[in-house]
Design a protein around this ligand. Structure first.
Ligand code: 6PG
Length: 252
């Protein structure tokens, strides 16, 4: 497949449509992965955008029909704060859906934001190595990764100009930045680009300008532009507001 064929833009009219399409992509990828490999390895992002989708996963029909006993949940990044802190991505996911779906804690792999950052990064590398049965210098191959994008073009906790963007060896790094500006753990580019499917879920007019730059301006070098799937596909899942500055010609 050419790069253009591997990239798709899906525009939904509103938040409800965005969440619904996100759930549909989650379910499709889960069923395909489980059919071919017996399990589904998915990494979730934090921030506010995925919340509608997460809450929808915890409602009928999905809470009763998704094959939760074969689904393994990971995170793309985490703020190094206690789980009960409102900034915790895992804590937010617990409130949004984890506490209401029939998934065993043995298949929920939060990043250890409660540990000292470097210790947490080391521990999550070990979690990935065990869960994906990695050999030396191997990276985990996720079936699906959901990513968000900040107004500055960051994704995960990979911020513009940060040395973490150049990481080629480690799957997980401890960094600092973003809003809130706290220590964080993040998956690195080598992991993100190896996913079978990457879905950028982006909502809101405040992202429209950055999104147009990310998709059109090859010289901008924003973190979100570095997410070029090696073999998989990339879907820009947008609401109409986020897509408001995209014309036909801006499509990858
Ligand atoms: C984080 C996220 C981050 C997020 C974007 C968009 O922990 O901050 O993983 O990368 O996806 O900042 O956040 P919103 O969805 O809140 O706009």
């Amino acid at each position: 497949m050419t790069a253009a064929e591997r990239h798709r833009i899906l525009i939904e009219p509103d938040r409800e449509g965005l969440a619904r399409r996100g759930v549909s992509l989650f379910a499709q990828s889960a069923r395909a992965a489980i059919k071919s490999r017996g399990r589904f390895m998915v990494a979730l992002s934090g921030g506010s955008t995925p919340g509608d989708m997460h809450r929808m996963l915890a409602r009928e029909p999905h809470v009763s029909t998704l094959p939760w006993d074969r689904i393994h949940l990971f995170w793309v990044d985490e703020r190094c704060v206690p789980v009960h802190d409102p900034a915790s991505n895992y804590g937010r996911a617990r409130r949004d859906f984890l506490d209401r779906i029939p998934v065993s804690s043995s298949r929920v792999h939060p990043m250890p934001g409660h540990l000292p950052p470097e210790t947490g990064a080391l521990q999550y590398r070990k979690v990935l190595s065990t869960c994906f049965e990695l050999g030396k210098n191997e990276f985990p191959l996720f079936d699906l990764i959901f990513l968000g994008m900040g107004k500055d073009g960051h994704t995960a906790s990979l911020f513009p100009g940060h040395p973490a963007l150049q990481e080629k060896k480690e799957a997980v790094l401890a960094v600092r930045g973003g809003q809130p500006n706290v220590p964080r753990l993040t998956l690195t580019i080598p992991v993100l680009i190896r996913a079978a499917k990457i879905v950028f879920m982006i909502r809101g007019r405040n992202k429209a300008h950055t999104l147009k730059t990310v998709i059109r301006d090859r010289e901008a070098h924003l973190p979100a532009q570095l997410i070029r799937p090696r073999m998989g596909s990339l879907i820009w899942l947008l609401d109409r507001e986020a897509a408001s500055r995209l014309e036909k010609g801006n499509r990858p």
